[in-house]
Design a protein around this ligand. Structure first.
Ligand SMILES: NC(=O)C1=CN([C@@H]2O[C@H](COP(=O)(O)OP(=O)(O)OC[C@H]3O[C@@H](n4cnc5c(N)ncnc54)[C@H](O)[C@@H]3O)[C@@H](O)[C@H]2O)C=CC1
Ligand SMILES: O=C(O)CCC(=O)C(=O)O
Length: 488
């Protein structure tokens, strides 16, 4: 007899309580590995719900800021411990909700724990400098104050790490927070917020409102009582959010797309370069803003690199991320799958040569999920859509080059500038690459993806609003400097 398990409905978190939307509407969050598996129901909230959350955050902010940074940090340490204790459950929920492998989901959840501990420690670090004054009787220094209420709009591709790397610094520097998670991963977000709830944060300091981007996301960007907005997602939406915040004089930070290159020099360790290209381009099914998508290879090693790459890609096991054998899970949603398939069709239609993959996977249980094969194109003109637009799927394009100079020039021929890497042993190549590549994250003999929480992260050109997240750089967005002059 089939066992019927009740599907849980998750709630918004407003002013320290779990509450449903006033609309009473909910939507299912489904498993991309099996469209018949509903992970949970999440609220489809209204502006009324958002207003309540923003009002709670505004009300709580002054007393939160009155506490010392060290005290605020203590709450983050508690949340970190709870997240660590629930790592298995939260990682499993993440895999079920957005498809990445359980190993990746566990690593991401642990990354969330580290980020919380890092920013907990920030509560005890300096927030200003003493600056010599021309007046010998005066004391001049800088200090920092929070923005007030911060709106966090987060995507589905890192459903634990991204909300945490935005919320943790916001909170430790004295802001209160309203999170709007991506609907695709709102159950995972609710489980993260449960850790904040049980850590005992005062009412109203942390809030979460689930719902559509156009209502709740845009509502945050427009809200007169939201003093800062931090966003990660697509360029189109990011610019909309930035414009709305700018119009009303709020501070904003946008982390958006990439079209990240890897350069393989003729002296590269080809096995290492192949591993880095596969891991950077195809892990998480290519759904990282730092994912590798364009591979520039010096002509002398083009064929051997291609052969090794094809050999390795053939070995990758596609399947449900919960299965320990799986290397690559499904796309996170049906719409994401359709986007990827339409880019593959465009690639073929515009004349690129498909040398691997290119199809939806429909064998056996895969038919119920949103699976696509890892896909590789060659004979790609740099003006083709697949060489210019962010695909956010497991699609690589191979482009031969005659020199590292040419590779860097072509790699820079994009509106994006998030991450880039080079595989080479030549110090001259390395130094030229570091100097000339237009990317905020530059890697040498390492894959384009993978961001460490203690270092600044952000892009050049259209990949970001030119600010940086994470590490100590986060203080620049989440606080404002006051210059103080004191005379007795
Ligand atoms: N840079 C990154 O890490 C990410 C990039 N993307 C890119 O975006 C493409 C589409 O993915 P989506 O999930 O649709 O991204 P999206 O940009 O629509 O969603 C990101 C977040 O913004 C919210 N949002 C949507 N419309 C909004 C609006 N009008 N105002 C304020 N917030 C809004 C969403 O609900 C979500 O929380 C992907 O194919 C990929 O190219 C998506 C997710 C993450
Ligand atoms: O590469 C990473 O670890 C982080 C990537 C990221 O921030 C993103 O995809 O949004």
């Amino acid at each position: 007899m089939a066992v019927q398990t009740e599907i849980k409905t998750y709630l918004n978190y407003i002013d320290g309580s779990w509450v449903g939307s006033v609309s009473k509407n909910v939507e299912p969050s489904i498993n991309p590995a099996n469209r018949n598996d509903i992970v949970g129901y999440v609220p489809r909230s209204t502006l009324e719900d958002l207003n309540a959350a923003v009002a709670a955050a505004k009300q709580a902010q002054k007393s939160w800021w009155k506490r010392s940074g060290i005290e605020r940090g203590e709450y983050l340490y508690k949340a970190a411990l709870l997240l660590e204790q629930r790592l298995e459950d939260i990682a499993e929920t993440m895999t079920r909700e957005m498809g990445k492998t359980l190993a990746e989901a566990k690593a991401e959840t642990m990354r969330g724990v580290h980020i919380l501990r890092y920013y907990a420690g920030e509560g005890a670090r300096k927030i200003g400098d003493v600056i010599p004054s021309s007046d010998s009787g005066g004391l001049m220094f800088t200090t920092r104050v929070p923005l007030g209420v911060v709106g966090v709009i987060s995507p589905w591709n890192f459903p634990v790490a991204i909300p945490i790397w935005k919320m943790a610094p916001a909170l430790v520097y004295g802001n209160t927070v309203v999170l709007k998670p991506a609907s695709e991963t709102a159950v995972t977000a609710a489980k993260v917020i449960e850790c904040f709830h049980e850590a005992g944060f005062p009412k109203g300091v942390v809030n979460m409102v689930c719902g559509s981007g156009s209502v709740i996301g845009q509502g945050i960007a427009n809200h007169p009582d939201v003093d800062g907005v931090t966003f990660t997602g697509s360029n189109t939406v990011g610019k909309q959010v930035g414009r709305a915040a700018f119009e009303r004089g709020a501070k904003y930070q946008l982390e958006m797309g990439g079209k990240n290159p890897v350069i393989v020099a003729k002296d590269a360790d080809l096995d290492l370069a192949v591993e880095g290209t596969i891991s950077g381009g195809l892990r998480s099914t290519g759904q990282k803003c730092t994912a590798t998508s364009r591979v520039f290879i010096e002509r002398e090693v083009y064929e051997p690199f291609k052969e090794k790459l094809l050999e390795r890609v053939k070995q990758l096991k596609i399947g449900n991320g919960m299965d320990a054998e799986t290397w690559m899970g499904p796309c996170a949603s049906e719409s994401q799958l359709n986007t990827v398939l339409s880019y593959i069709e465009k690639g073929k239609a515009e004349g690129a040569k498909l040398i691997y993959g290119g199809n939806r996977c429909t064998e056996g249980e895969l038919a119920n999920g949103f699976y696509v094969e890892p896909t590789i194109f060659e004979e790609v003109d740099l003006q083709m859509t697949i060489a210019r637009e962010e695909i956010f799927g497991p699609v690589l394009v191979l482009i031969p080059v005659d020199s590292i100079e040419e590779a860097i020039e072509l790699a820079n021929d994009t509106e994006y500038g998030l991450s880039a890497s080079i595989y080479t042993k030549n110090i001259g190549n390395i130094l030229d690459f570091i100097k000339d590549i237009e990317a905020g994250l530059v890697k040498v003999n390492a894959e384009t993806a993978g961001v460490e929480y203690q270092a600044p992260f952000g892009g050049m050109k259209q990949s970001s609003s030119h600010s940086r997240e994470q590490g100590q750089a986060a203080i620049e967005f989440f606080t404002t400097i006051k210059t103080v002059f004191v005379k007795a």
